[in-house]
Structures are given as C-alpha cells and as structure tokens.
Design a protein around this ligand. Sequence first.
Ligand code: UGA
Length: 481
Amino acid sequence: MQISVIGAGYVGLTTAACLAEIGHQVLCADNDLDKLKKLNSGLLPFFEPHLDSLVKNNAASGRLQFTSPTEAIERGSAIFICVGTPPLESGEADLSAIESVARTIASTARGYRLVIEKSTVPVQTAKRLWKHLAIYNVNGLDFDVVSNPEFLREGSAVGDFFHPDRIVIGAESPRAVAMMKEIYAPVLTSPAACPIHSHCPPVHEVPLIVTDTNSAELVKHASNSFLAMKISFINLVADACEAAGADIAKVAEGIGSDQRIGQSFLNPGIGFGGFCFPKDLQAFVRIGEKLGCDFSLLKEVENINLRRVEQFVAKVRKELWVLRGKTLAIWGLAFKPETDDVRFAPALNIARRLLAEGARIRAYDPQAMQKAKDELPGITYCLSPNEAAHRADAILILTEWAEFRRPDWAELAKTVAHPLVIDGRNLCASEELAAHGFQYVCIGRPQLALPTAAKEFEVSPLLGLAPLASPPLSASARPLP
Ligand code: UGA
C-alpha cells in the first residue's frame, strides 16, 4: 500500500521504517527541512537499536522516502499522523500540530484517504479530526478517521512493532477496518518477517482489537497510566521495605508471581521519566477532569513519582552529609537504557538538584551525553564510567545500562576518593561490591554491613549522627517472658 507518515520523530520514523520493511511503499514527512536532509543522507535524529539499518536498507530499496508533508499527503492512500502532542502549561496535550496536519489533508488531498491518528491524543480527538476534515474539505475528499494507538517502547521499538502484544484499531467504517488489517497483515500473520531476531520469540496470535475511536484513544492513555501506577506502587512498597528492613526484590517477586499482577514494571527506582508517562499521566488527569471523573488516584501516582528525585537526593545527603564541594560520578543520564532520550529523565533532575547543593558532577552515559549537554551544561561529561568515577566521593547509578552492572570494581576502587555506590536502579550485586570494599546503597533493600569505621556512627533521620546501638525494644516487640 502507498502509505504516508507525517512526523519523523520517535514514533513516526520507527513506524515508517517498519511499515516499509513489511513491504509497503512509505513516504515519511516532516516540516523540519534540516531533519529531512539528514535523513536523506542516512543520519538519524536519535538513537534507537536496529532502526539505523532498517532506515538505510529500506531507503536504498526505494520503499522508504523522505519528503514534505504536502507531497506525502498528496500521494499516500493511508496517512499516519505521528506528530508531537507536547504538554501545555495546564498538562493538557497540545493538539495544534494535529490540527495543522488535518487542515493540510483537507486542502490538499483528493479522492479517498484513510487518516490514521497514531499520536497520543485525548479521547474524542478522532471525532474532532473527522469534523475538522469535513469543515475544511475543499476538494470533495472522501475519508475515514482511525485511531491506532502505538505501544512502542523506546529502546525496543523495532522489536515491539514486529512482536506487538496487541494491535488496537478504533474505526467507524468496515472499509477503514479492512485497510488497517491489510496494512498490518504481515505482522499479524507472519512474525518470521522480523528483521532483528535470528530466532523470534514463540509465535503467538497477535490480538487485534477492533473498536470505536473513543475506546481506542482511551486504551492508550489508560495503558500508560496503569503502567505508571504500577511503578509508583512498587516505589511505595520499596519505601516500606527500607523502613521495615525487607527486600523489595523478593517482595516484587512475590507480588508479581501472581499471574493477575505479573512481574514486569515492578522495578523500583528513581521514578519514571521520558516523553510518554509523565505527560500522558498529566493529560489523562485533565481528560478525567473535563469528563467530570475523579482521577485523584492518578494525581497521587504523579506525586509519588515527583518525590522520587528528592528521596534519592536525600539518600546521597544521608551518606555524604554536606554535598557542597563533593565530587559525584553519575552513571546514566537517559530516562531508560538503549536510548539517547533525556526528556523528563529523572537523572537530569537529580543532577540539577545536586548541582544546586554545590556538588561537582562528572557524568557518563553510553548514548545520551550529546542530548544531555544541551539541557545540562555545567557538569563534566566523561568518556567512560571509570573516568567519571575519578576521585569521586560517590558513584550514583541513574540509568540501568548493562555496562554498569558488572564494571571492574577492583579498578574502580583505586580510582574513587571514597568507595560508595548509590544505585537508583538496583542494578548491582551488593556482595560483589562489598567484596571490593564498596559501601552499596540501593532502593528498598537492606544494606550489607558497613565497613567497621563507618559502622560506629550511623545517621538516624531524626537524631542526625548517632552511635549505632541496638534500639530498645518497644513493649510490643519485646519477647514474651
Ligand atoms: C512507554 C510505554 O511502555 C509504551 O508502551 C508506549 O508506547 C510509550 O510509552 C509511548 O506512549 O510512546 P517508554 O516511555 O519508551 O514506553 O518506556 P518504558 O519502558 O515504558 O519506561 C518508562 C519509564 O518507566 C522509564 O523511565 C523507566 O525507567 C521507568 N520504569 C519502567 C521503572 O521505573 N520501573 C519499571 O519497572 C519499568
């Protein structure tokens, strides 16, 4: 099918390249001429595993081309709208880019067009889109509007396209549903077409959920909000583990083994970031307000998440007392591994807070440093984790890149000023660190015994520096006579 994708961001470019890979003729369009020029010469605007080769191969075969939105709209039978919907001051999604694409479609296209809304939008946007296309229609355009939410995760977006958990199609006409089925047929019927695995995950039938446009739009916001809620929930439980002396890893395993709950998204840490969860959660709260529904549950999910940054900084303060003049190595800046995306990254917020307290920061990230430099000047960017750790008072692990899991701790012990690791992602094995003389602080797990010198005094949150002694047992905790 001749398909146009408007918007060459994370979602648009990945969707365009994957649609070309499954055999469609794809025009990927963007208003940013500089971006188009770079794409035409094979340069991607962001890092995403496997996307580079997918774009290059499909561009070389002629199945993927880059062009202006107007040309793409003139030529595509199916038009995927993948433009940005950034948050407004109020938390609502800014739909101006979608509105602008709709007007271009209405004024440019002729004949029939399937208009597919893939950007994350509030419920009832497809209906608005339909009205808008009808109002501005000057060429007798015949069209359908479909909501087809995306569930691609940054860092594994290409794999997610070829092995989706489900495909959701919100449509109001049989013609639209038939065209959507035709577009996704290779993914629905032949997972072996996957370009990234030599052995694909076991073949399962991909559920195709066909519904009305309102429901499809709600699936997207509700899915992201539910996942965000799961993360905030486990972060609360991690706090309880810390306070009670339990191990969040075991607690999460115990909870997640219930099939109704599941193991994924139960990793505690410094909170969720990225350009999806924080903004989608806020947008969903605003949608709830507009619909007259009480979404205070989700407001609390957001509040819990916002507190994670401050709680992590408090952990650093607890270990190092005054941060002014301290050197801190930050390992990881991206909001998650396998991406260079630093938008709403908790690591950057933590770095800002530490800088404000007068700490010196030496940071390393395998992919995200270029993007971080624009947002966070005033810190030292290093070429390796070891270089960042040079004479550091603590190493802070803020993104769970695989290379931070098992570095050469023996070598690092010689480099650092003080052998302390504060792990915001529970990435490391505490025994391994202890064996190399490191004190290891993480999230929601008991600390291994401190080295003797440090053991004499432990900081109590209420009393400040206090000798570590067995607390007197409360009446209820005393052994029965
Ligand atoms: C998310 C959804 O997972 C996708 O399904 C959706 O398509 C996408 O948003 C979107 O709306 O475009 P993404 O933001 O790329 O994908 O990343 P996730 O893997 O969902 O992680 C989001 C954040 O949650 C990260 O900061 C991650 O570190 C954090 N997280 C995740 C945790 O803190 N704990 C976990 O257990 C899982």
